[in-house]
Write a protein that binds this ligand. Sequence first.
Ligand code: UDP
Length: 239
Amino acid sequence: MSDIICQRILLKLSGEALMSEAGGSIDPEIVQRLAQEVKDLCDAGIQVGLVIGGGNILRGAEKASEGLNRVTSDQMGMLATVINALAMQDALEYLGQPVRVMTALKINQVCEDYIRRRAVRHLEKGRVAIFAAGTGNPFFTTDTAASLRAIEIDAELMIKATKVKGVYSADPNKVADAVFYPRLTYDEAIDQRLNVMDTTALVLCRDNNLPMRVMNIFEPGAVMRLMRGEDIGSLIVRK
Ligand code: UDP
């Protein structure tokens, strides 16, 4: 284990990471591929907490702009994250990886309630803990939920998975001369309004001194290489 830089991490995947190229909300092959990445980490002895968004199915703010009550639409968004969590649980179990879905909303016949001590116990036993239903409150995002859970479970690092290499001054898919930042502070990300996470999530990480890596999850084996000490993606720190 000496070559591994972290014992416990929190990995945040957006719901869109599960989508097929054709636009299907959940692509089983992609979920299976991501599950294998997570299993490889567990096999190396790393404890993994997972938060998966719900944007591939529903975003509360978007539905609210179409006329739905915001609280109701956010509750629908939180339920969407449970659907994704169940898909990931299934994929991990298929690979033989023990896993538990824990939700911030009570859905006891489908998954466990989120209880911090129990979550930590699952991690210690080598089970992946998938934290679903965000924070359980409307008006928040799963990025904030990921920051919160990472701090609660004492994760040494939060990894925010993206489709690009890391943090840029602008969207590199749209702006040709966007500048890549290998390292930055939370205050820089907030002040320059870099499109990393919402401010609530950034402030939570900053104030609790939780370092974060923003990196491309679709580069096979990249998370494992990061765990072995390679400098991959962008590192965001307090100072
Ligand atoms: N959501 C919420 N409270 C939370 C987390 C999420 O109300 O604590 C709702 C919100 O409507 C959000 C949706 O769930 O739009 C899906 O989460 P998010 O947009 O963060 O997913 P991602 O963009 O990561 O796929």
